[in-house]
Design a protein around this ligand. Structure first.
Ligand code: PLP
Length: 438
């Protein structure tokens, strides 16, 4: 008799693994044993379409052979080395990343993931300006460490507010405008006015950094309206504030561009990255540093560091990942699939499903905003999202749900056929939930 590995995985998980952001009792998580591209499976070989990219990080898809081979080869050559060394593959990884960044950036500081990229970007901004306060938006997630979780706007900040010097403001979100706006132009203009008033009221000479996700991701895939990010850049320049754009979720192909901000006529001073840079095959993140900020630390000690900064396995996976994304046209695939298949498919669903209040996104970065009433835009409750997640999972799709939304976020390698299959599953699951009633 073969051992039931799925049952064993669940049992060990329930008994011994303490999970993120959850009450631990009663957790019953799916087993994933293997994967390829957009597909994952359990030990029994049950196939699922991964339209979550896990935590929106597996941009290159599961088990890309070139990335796996590069990690294996690097492990055989030199599996680990300290940060205070000159290491060839680390240098190559930095070079590949900078190759995708705008002019005026020549250095990368490597971290273990996204949150510590934010910590270090904030540290650089504070030391560079000699100021303290960090402004970030209420609709944001920046990671689960000291300053990053307090810079975060959503509920996860509230039990964790131990870092000081953080102030929040509202960014643009036309569907639920804080500014009574009815057009994207109005939303952009009024959100910028609000931000300028916050800057003036806090005292511009105290503000070190403006920290924004180029496209707020977990908060709802909120594409910035025309002129907004350029307007934020202008405010940062006017008041001498460092602009940090968080590209941890939106970067490295997800929008159909290498960096999301490249579609919005803006260049930041610091860029944070993680997730898609190597699709999480080895944990890594970092800060891409503009020349002006980098020069601050030419003769002054940068007071920050990590044992695994620029880990060779992570570095090798970054080089292989960026090379494969380039040679296989993976970023371009994300853009094309978004335009040709995901966008039209989701918009068509919205014509037939009253639960869908708004469809928005680009590339492989889309949200379905679900409402109980299209007129009032009342968000659906957790029960509806729970039922929908169950229906999607039962039909073989790994969903990504946040608040009242389903995010449609497959790997950048997703095919038109897989999108059609997924759209049919969303369609059936929505019908089933709508038929059940509120
Ligand atoms: N910034 C953004 C925009 C994110 O989406 C996340 C994670 O989801 C983070 C930072 C934190 O990254 P990590 O979980 O790797 O620490």
């Amino acid at each position: 008799m073969t051992e039931d590995l799925d049952a064993l995985a669940k049992q060990l998980d329930r008994e011994h693994v303490f999970h993120s952001w959850s009450a631990q009792a009663g957790l019953d998580l799916p087993v994933i044993a293997g994967g390829s591209g957009t597909v994952v499976w359990d030990h029994a070989g049950r196939r699922m379409l991964d339209f979550s990219s896990q935590l929106v990080n597996v941009n290159i898809g599961h088990q890309h052979p070139a990335v796996v081979a590069a990690i294996r080869a690097q492990a055989e050559e030199l599996a680990t080395i300290g940060p205070a060394t000159a290491n060839l593959v680390r240098g190559r990884a930095a070079q590949r990343i900078l190759d995708k960044a705008p002019d005026g950036f020549a250095k990368v500081f490597f971290t273990n993931g996204g949150a510590d990229a934010i910590e270090n970007a904030i540290r650089m901004a504070r030391l560079h300006t000699g100021r303290d306060t960090v402004l970030s938006t209420y609709r944001s997630y920046h990671g689960n460490t000291g300053a990053a979780i307090v810079a975060t706007g959503d509920w996860r900040r509230m039990p964790n507010q131990y870092a000081r010097g953080h102030v929040h403001f509202f960014g643009p979100y036309l569907y639920r405008s804080e500014f009574w706006a009815t057009t994207p132009e109005e939303e952009s203009e009024r959100a910028l006015h609000h931000l300028e008033r916050v800057i003036q009221s806090e005292g511009p000479s105290t503000i070190a950094a403006l920290l924004l996700e180029s496209i707020p991701g977990t908060a709802g895939i909120l594409l910035p309206p025309p002129g907004y990010l350029a307007g934020v850049r202008a405010l940062a320049d006017e008041y001498g504030i460092v602009l940090i754009l968080d590209e941890v979720m939106a970067g490295f192909g997800r929008t159909g561009r290498w960096f999301a901000f490249q579609g919005y006529d803006v260049v930041p001073d610091l860029i944070t990255f993680a997730k898609g840079v190597n699709s999480g095959y080895v944990p890594v993140g970092g800060v891409i540093i503009s020349d002006a900020i980098s020069a601050t630390f030419d003769d002054r000690v940068f007071p920050g560091g990590l044992t695994y900064s620029g880990h060779p396995l992570a570095a090798a996976s970054i080089v292989a990942s960026i090379d494969a994304m380039e040679s296989e046209g993976i970023v371009d695939n994300a853009r094309r699939v978004g335009e040709d298949a995901i966008g039209p498919g989701l918009r068509e669903l919205a014509t037939r499903h009253p639960l869908i209040g708004e469809v928005r996104g680009e590339g492989v970065f889309w949200a379905l905003e679900l409402v109980s009433d299209r007129g009032t835009r009342e968000p659906v409750g957790a029960d509806v999202i729970g039922r929908l997640k169950k229906e999607l999972t039962a039909r073989g799709l790994v969903p990504f749900a946040a608040d009242n939304r389903i995010h449609v976020v497959p790997p950048c390698v997703v095919t038109d056929g897989e999108v059609q299959e997924a759209i049919a599953i969303y369609d059936e699951a929505l019908t089933s939930v709508e038929d059940d009633g509120p």
